[in-house]
Design a protein around this ligand. Structure first.
Ligand code: SAM
Length: 361
């Protein structure tokens, strides 16, 4: 195993059958070695810095019916809410004063927020906080919509591919198209966003072979960010009695991802902090370099219930900020409050590319 890990460290790649072998055969000692190599690799590009993102969950209305998700349209028990532009700007104001320089706007696929409304939100935030990055995470849209948001000032887009296996994807996303999800990711990259893909770990019927497909897809697609977290059941969904993904497998996959894509921005997710009180710390020790504390107003946090037991629903933004900084320091890292772009990204160049492709078409 040590030889495979050394190869992965040295070449930032490994054949599929060897990745599968790693996942199936590693013992405790191998896992510790893998994580130490992942840590060395993150230090090469990001030192001991951990980037901060302020998450604003601005709507839990959703037209999709992802069977694992608590805010799926079919959940009649979900208490729905939407934030106004003023409420979103208030979250940014609080976040900015606490040192946040990236705002992540996340929500269900909610048609109430037309392209015009999303563009207005982006303009207003950029106008007030030009030194901040905006990340969108609002699902599958057309090429033109993505382009409008980008030109309005959005910098990054998170759209987890969820699983790179078409059959598994279609079994958990009724009436959704795997090809469309993948095409959206391709479009986002072409437009020039810093793009985030990613997947859940521990879904029912998910196998090591599925994870190898995810790893291969990520290596080939080469996103700027990768969101990986455990699946956690939600009481109002079909999967309510299933087991959650494990901390061990999630941190192993994080470490392998760090070695496959050494420069990637890799969050220690809230879902991991939910299945284990030290989950985010363990993720940082396995190569993660981003944290995403919640900036949503406290009275809506419980309502953005993707899975059961979500942490930090009762804490003020300032408390979350303090808590996360302490956790990062105690784990031996430093919180970095800059925008925290991918080391290889240049928006001017990306915009240049976009205008060039516009003049060609
Ligand atoms: N609608 C947008 C989209 O589809 O990308 C963003 C919102 S969606 C709720 C954000 C992410 O939550 C999904 O990509 C999914 O991986 C994650 N998620 C949803 N339900 C979950 C669950 N039960 N356990 C863990 N993660 C979950």
């Amino acid at each position: 195993m040590k030889k495979l890990i050394d190869d992965l460290y040295k070449y930032n790649n490994l054949e599929d059958d060897k990745l599968l072998e790693l996942l199936k055969v590693m013992d405790k000692e191998d896992i510790a070695y893998l994580k130490s190599k992942a840590l060395d690799t993150r230090k090469l590009y990001y030192g001991d810095k951990v980037y901060l993102r302020g998450l604003i969950e601005f709507t839990n209305y959703c037209s999709k019916n992802c069977i694992y998700c608590g805010i799926q349209s079919g959940n009649k028990y979900a208490k729905r809410y939407r934030l106004t532009l003023e409420q979103i700007l208030k979250c940014c104001e609080i976040g900015y004063s606490l040192g946040y320089r990236t705002f992540v706007l996340q929500g269900g696929e909610d048609k109430y927020y037309t392209d015009e409304k999303i563009v207005e939100i982006i303009y207003e935030i950029k106008n007030k906080y030009p030194d901040c990055a905006i990340t969108l995470s609002i699902g599958e849209k057309s090429y033109d919509s993505y382009k409008r948001y980008f030109e309005a000032g959005a910098d990054r887009y998170l759209l987890r591919h969820e699983t790179a296996d078409k059959d598994l994807f279609e079994s958990i996303h009724p009436r959704a198209s795997f090809e469309n999800r993948m095409n959206c990711l391709k479009n986002l990259k072409e437009i020039g966003y810093q793009v985030g893909a990613g997947f859940m770990i521990g879904l029912p019927n998910q196998t090591y072979e599925h994870y190898v497909k995810d790893l291969r897809f990520l290596k080939e697609f080469d996103p700027h960010m990768i969101g990986v977290g455990p699946f956690i059941p939600h009481k109002d969904t079909l999967l309510k009695d299933e087991k959650a993904g494990s901390l061990e497998l999630t941190t192993i996959l994080l470490a392998i991802i760090r070695l496959l894509l050494p420069k990637v921005l890799l969050p220690a997710t809230t879902a991991l902090g939910t299945i284990d009180p030290m989950g985010r710390e363990e993720a940082l020790k396995a190569g993660a370099n981003v944290v995403m504390p919640n900036l949503s107003p406290i009275d809506v946090r419980e309502k953005y219930s993707l899975y059961d037991g979500k942490i930090c629903t009762g804490d003020e933004a300032a408390e979350c900020r303090m808590c996360i900084e302490n956790r990062i320091k105690k784990t031996g890292f430093t919180l970095d409050s800059s925008r925290g772009d991918h080391v290889m990204y240049n928006k001017e160049l990306a915009l240049g590319g976009l205008y060039e492709s516009n003049t060609k078409s």
